[in-house]
Ligand binder design. Structure first.
Ligand SMILES: C[S@@+](CC[C@H](N)C(=O)[O-])C[C@H]1O[C@@H](n2cnc3c(N)ncnc32)[C@H](O)[C@@H]1O
Length: 189
């Protein structure tokens, strides 16, 4: 697992709001959550995307997680300052994408933005990601949505998701996301 050092954390957190706004613009036609959706955000960082998800989609439940408790605290502070209090739909907790502390089929949507390569010791490896992708499948409802972006081993991620029955329903390739894609989890039958 590659935890970010203080300098990397500073720079990635600084660009988090701007990048997240661009990401939602790009996603405009590719992602529509159900009303009162239950959304899980993995590796959320300082919470810029979380704030935009709240404003744009008004989810019934938004669980903001990160492996690093310092990032969870940064997100708590950011969201509380931005909304004047922590919005009631929001829960924040540390969570490792490789072993999610959530029940099966408990979310309609999962966001994994620029974070999956971090589950590896080195971003060039592809050892831990299949387990994290299986965890995402486990916590998603049937027909749920994964919004994913990253810049390393994206073809392998797609193949692993397809082997789990996911279907890619939207894709854009644009900096800083080598791939920004929406995958739908399988429906039975
Ligand atoms: C590059 S940052 C991206 C943050 C945010 N999603 C964004 O777009 O700005 C990657 C985040 O993943 C977190 N992370 C690292 N390993 C993780 C793991 N095993 N499970 C969940 N999050 C992890 C890091 O702490 C960091 O906050």
């Amino acid at each position: 697992m590659s935890e970010m050092n203080a300098v990397a954390r500073f720079f990635i957190n600084r660009s988090n709001v701007r990048r997240s706004r661009r990401l939602l613009e790009t996603l405009r036609d590719g992602f529509v959550p159900p009303p009162s959706a239950r959304i899980l955000e993995l590796g959320a960082g300082r919470g810029g995307l979380s704030a935009l998800l709240l404003e744009r989609y008004r989810p019934g439940r938004l669980v903001v997680t990160d492996f690093d408790p310092r990032q969870v605290n940064a997100a708590r502070t950011y969201l509380t300052e931005r909304f004047g209090r922590l919005p009631p739909a929001v829960e924040l907790e540390p969570a490792d994408a490789r072993a999610l502390p959530f029940d099966d089929r408990s979310f309609d949507c999962v966001f994994a933005i620029l974070m999956l390569h971090h589950v590896e010791s080195r971003p060039s490896e592809y050892r831990q990601r299949p387990g994290a992708l299986r965890e995402i499948r486990r916590v998603l409802v049937d027909g749920g949505t994964l919004v994913y972006s990253d810049f390393s081993r994206t073809e392998e991620v797609r193949r692993t998701l397809e082997s789990l029955g996911f279907e890619r329903v939207f894709e854009r390739r644009r900096w800083p996301h080598r791939e920004l894609a929406v995958f739908r989890s399988p429906r039975p039958g």
